[in-house]
Design a protein around this ligand. Structure first.
Ligand SMILES: [Zn+2]
Length: 84
């Protein structure tokens, strides 16, 4: 039941991916991200690729949650650096 609950939240949520290379804010639905292993930055002249599924894909739910935590951590780190 735990996995079912997490999946419900993720499907409707939007994940903000901050590119560490160009600072582009890529807003994508969790449902879309869940179906792919890589996400390409939408910034101009930027070819940064977010690795959404490092390692094995067997534990998809847990890997996705970990990825989200990393992205949010990156988001706050970027904000602090740009607006001290
Ligand atoms: Zn970028």
């Amino acid at each position: 039941m735990r996995n079912y609950g997490i999946r419900q939240v993720q499907t409707s949520a939007r994940i903000l991916l901050i590119c560490p290379e160009c600072g582009q804010e890529n807003s994508e639905s969790a449902d879309t991200l869940r179906r792919t292993s890589t996400f390409y930055c939408a910034g101009e002249d930027c070819d940064y690729i977010f690795d959404l599924m490092p390692g094995r894909r067997t534990d998809l739910g847990k890997a996705f949650v970990d990825a989200c935590k990393r992205f949010y951590a990156a988001f706050y780190t970027v904000r602090r650096q740009k607006a001290p």
